[in-house]
Design a protein around this ligand. Structure first.
Ligand code: OAD
Length: 242
């Protein structure tokens, strides 16, 4: 029974002293943002080729196509709002302590995050651009999207500041994520397929000493290590937990 499982998860949350909330694209699905994977052809990687749009090689081959695709995603974000799952997570961060680690680049958690709360973005942000060659960075105005352009400092192309397949995560961000997870006594995992490394390794790391609660639309690869796996929409389930 889902109600029994929810009660079990609530008991774990009530006892937790160091909660880490780890989210993926599914937490934003109820805001109207497609996930990357999942059933049906509405997911991004069901409709588009990840090699063409989310690798350094794809960008080198057709930078305008790639940059325009990210601008299209940025333009959609203007009309999108955080959903009850984002609100419940932010409320918990405000009233209890929890570290948030997200794979998402959509910025929806950040819109609600209380000041001083720990939020770790593993895969960068759609809200920023960076130079392909030097350390120049710029935030992007979603109301006035810039075209593909060259870095004003070194002349190389500018790209979205997100992590693509085949690229390393920022070592400082990864170290902070690992340290945070090593200290947790409970991890709440929301809306991730658990298919992308190294991010999913954080769930394995947590499971060495903490209980895991999973909230996901469908049964998935991580369910076997979970103390509780809850299947349904994040926007329905997460507010019942937090
Ligand atoms: P995925 O798209 O791989 O997985 C999303 C998960 O959310 C799937 O397991 C869905 O079943 C589930 N889901 C869908 N709708 C849901 C809902 N309403 N409530 C709860 N769960 C739902 O997304 P991630 O695991 O985040 O990288 O993907 C990891 C990375 O792969 C992403 O960060 C992205 C991608 O390439 C970058 O953008 C850099």
């Amino acid at each position: 029974m889902l109600a029994d499982e929810i009660n079990k998860a609530r008991d774990l949350l009530a006892r937790a002293e160091r909660l880490v909330i780890f989210t993926g694209a599914g937490v934003s699905a109820d805001s109207g943002i497609p996930t990357f994977r999942g059933s049906g052809d509405s997911s991004f990687w069901g409709r588009y080729d990840p090699r063409a749009l989310a690798t350094p090689e794809g960008f080198a081959e057709n930078p305008r196509l790639v940059y325009d695709w990210y601008n299209w995603r940025r333009s959609q974000l203007r009309a999108i709002q955080p959903n009850p799952a984002h609100h419940a997570i932010a409320h918990w961060q405000r009233t209890r302590r929890a570290a948030l680690i997200t794979q998402n680049v959509d910025g929806l958690h950040e819109r609600l995050a209380p000041p001083q709360s720990l939020g770790i973005r593993l895969h960068g942000s759609l809200a920023d651009d960076r130079c392909c060659a030097c350390d120049w960075r710029e935030s992007v105005d979603f109301a006035n999207l810039p075209p593909l352009r060259k870095c004003p400092r070194c002349g190389a192309l500018v790209r979205p500041d997100v992590v693509w397949f085949g690229e390393c995560l920022d070592p400082d961000i990864w170290a902070l994520a690992e340290d945070t997870v090593r200290e947790c006594d409970l991890m709440l995992v929301v809306g991730t397929s658990g298919e992308v490394f190294p991010a999913v390794g954080l769930v394995d790391l947590a499971s060495e000493r903490a209980d895991i609660i999973i909230v996901n639309l469908d049964p998935g690869a991580l369910d076997h290590i979970a103390a509780v796996a809850l299947h349904g929409k994040a926007a329905d389930i997460v507010p019942k937990l937090l």
